[in-house]
Design a protein around this ligand. Structure first.
Ligand SMILES: Nc1ncnc2c1ncn2[C@@H]1O[C@H](COP(=O)(O)OP(=O)(O)OP(=O)(O)O)[C@@H](O)[C@H]1O
Ligand SMILES: [Mg+2]
Length: 246
């Protein structure tokens, strides 16, 4: 059998006195849309940062696309696209310039970059605003341009850290359609979200983590049946409690 697209093996990540990820193991199959869920501070962003080589594991290992992230970081970077939790944009550049900058960092051929840029700007409803400076964009527009920047080079594996946060229903639906298209193109996607209906609707499987540990794993429907709840949100509350986290 083909190796999983992403393998996290007994990963622990500590920051001073905080254990953000605590002996986590999980696998994401090729072409799978995997939801990484968990309360604030559960360790989701830390996992993504380790997967893309921004943070070193304290112990354990991770591989992406068959490459060990510590040993072959450049190979991994060629395969992935990352939409970070906090929008990382250049405010003095226009939307189109931000996207082109990222495409050029990936050394994309000019014609492909142009084609992908226009296509994605269209899908995200940003064609008209593409010549405006991103510093003047609304919060939801910044999120959408950030998503385009993450995916303009057409990566095989995408890490989307709360891509729909603070988006209006129209934008959110556009992003959902877009994520469904990634799935049709057989891309592997890790999606984090606090919108349980989004995870329920989109994800093949979800892993719920709490305090850096995996506490439930399965298709949304399987988990709903297993924990005898009516939706994923209720499963989530049953497993992680009602107390507000950090
Ligand atoms: N650079 C850092 N230095 C110290 N502690 C950190 C650092 N990054 C994360 N943490 C801590 O690690 C834990 C996990 O944080 P992380 O950002 O991974 O959570 P998360 O699941 O993404 O939460 P959220 O849903 O709020 O985005 C938290 O306790 C956080 O305070
Ligand atoms: Mg996070």
């Amino acid at each position: 059998m083909e190796k999983a697209a992403i393998v996290i093996d007994n990963l622990t990540k500590r920051f001073e006195d905080v254990t953000a990820v605590d002996g986590l193991s999980l696998e994401v199959e090729n072409g799978e849309l995997y939801g990484l869920l968990g309360p604030n501070g559960a360790g989701k962003t830390t996992v993504i940062n380790v997967l893309c080589g921004l943070l070193e594991p304290t112990s354990g290992s991770v591989s992406v696309g068959g490459y060990d992230v510590q040993k072959e970081p450049v190979k991994v970077k060629e395969l992935i696209g990352v939409c970070p939790q906090d929008a990382a944009v250049y405010p003095y550049l226009t939307g189109r310039e931000n996207v082109e900058l990222f495409g050029n960092l990936h050394a994309m051929p000019k014609d492909k970059l142009k084609r992908n840029t226009e296509e994605l700007l269209g899908k995200m409803g940003l064609l008209e605003d593409a010549k405006r400076r991103v510093g003047k964009y609304s919060g939801g527009m910044k999120r959408r341009i950030n998503l385009i920047m993450a995916l303009v080079h057409d990566p095989k594996i995408a890490f989307l850290d709360e891509p729909t946060v603070a988006m209006d229903p129209q934008s959110r639906h556009a992003v959902w359609d877009f994520i469904r298209e990634l799935k049709k193109e057989n891309k592997t996607v890790i999606l984090t979200t606090h919108y349980m209906e989004e995870a329920e609707e989109l994800c093949d499987r979800v892993g719920i983590i709490d305090r850096g540990k995996l506490i439930a794993l399965g298709a949304p429907k399987q988990l709903i049946d297993k924990f005898e709840e009516k939706n994923l949100e209720d499963v989530f509350i049953q497993l992680t409690g009602r107390r507000i986290r950090e």
